[in-house]
Write a protein that binds this ligand. Sequence first.
Ligand SMILES: Nc1ncnc2c1ncn2[C@@H]1O[C@H](COP(=O)(O)OP(=O)(O)OP(=O)(O)O)[C@@H](O)[C@H]1O
Ligand SMILES: N[C@@H](CCO)C(=O)O
Length: 293
Amino acid sequence: MLTVRAPATSANLGSGFDVFGVALGTPADVVRVERAPETRITVTGAGSQYIPEDPAQNTVGAVADALDAPAHIKIDKGIRPSSGLGSSAASAAAAAVALNALYDRGLSGKELVPVAAEGEALVSGEAHADNVAPSLLGGFTVVTDDGVTQLDASIPVVACLPEMSVSTRDAREVVPDSAALEDVVDTVGNAATLTVGMTRDDPDLVGRGMEDAIVTPERTALIDGYDRVRDAALEAGATGVTVSGAGPGILAACHRPDQGAIAGAMIDAFDALGIESRAYQTRIGEGATLYRD
Ligand SMILES: Nc1ncnc2c1ncn2[C@@H]1O[C@H](COP(=O)(O)OP(=O)(O)OP(=O)(O)O)[C@@H](O)[C@H]1O
Ligand SMILES: N[C@@H](CCO)C(=O)O
């Protein structure tokens, strides 16, 4: 029996649609695997009632297929599905690491990125890798057609998760087909600013670089109360706020001393609209970790 913990992630970071991602310290999924003649999946934990155990419909089933590694796979969900915190990706990343070890496939973390992305193709229709890459590798990741670049980073963040669901598949349908050149220029500038901020562990540059005028405005319309929560977080000291992944999670970058006030302000802003939420006060952290029992 092998056990892997794979963290939640936040993709896009505003200016890096389908490119940027970060691993979060908490929450995380835990996946346990043992060899079996056929893949069988059991799911417990947060939102497990919404997650199919049929291998043909679960992200870990796609990973087991891709690695030709049948197993009994137990998923303990720490990350609620349809959250914007990379729930489906964390299970896929954990399964990729666990099955790679269980069957001695010898693939590196970077080589496991396209394998785990097969799970994302299953649930969202596209094998976008901006959640599975940071969940596997940790830190800040940049995913392009040429591969993955990873950087260790340690920025404090608050990830606020309201009691509502937005499916990635739906949120991809509102992404515009084209953009005005001036918005593209702004977004490239913001993405560059954010990347420099990550290399310096500078929450001010990272927060400033999270601005995006192309995809994020279309997505915020799917999240009740987004503008109120964003304003509350900024007033409480957040250096930048954006939609986490496809939403409804909202990510705020910050300095450590402001973290508690920002978390409280975001929860209170949702609460004033009659929406329950919880906030993870965490920081950019490590990728998937393997434990041998
Ligand atoms: N192992 C799994 N964990 C979570 N969701 C899964 C899993 N396998 C299949 N699913 C399905 O994937 C969908 C959730 O994926 P989706 O990409 O919409 O959310 P997410 O992973 O929380 O978000 P995001 O990619 O925006 O961060 C649900 O329909 C869920 O049933
Ligand atoms: N880049 C993907 C990530 C989903 O978490 C999207 O925003 O649709």
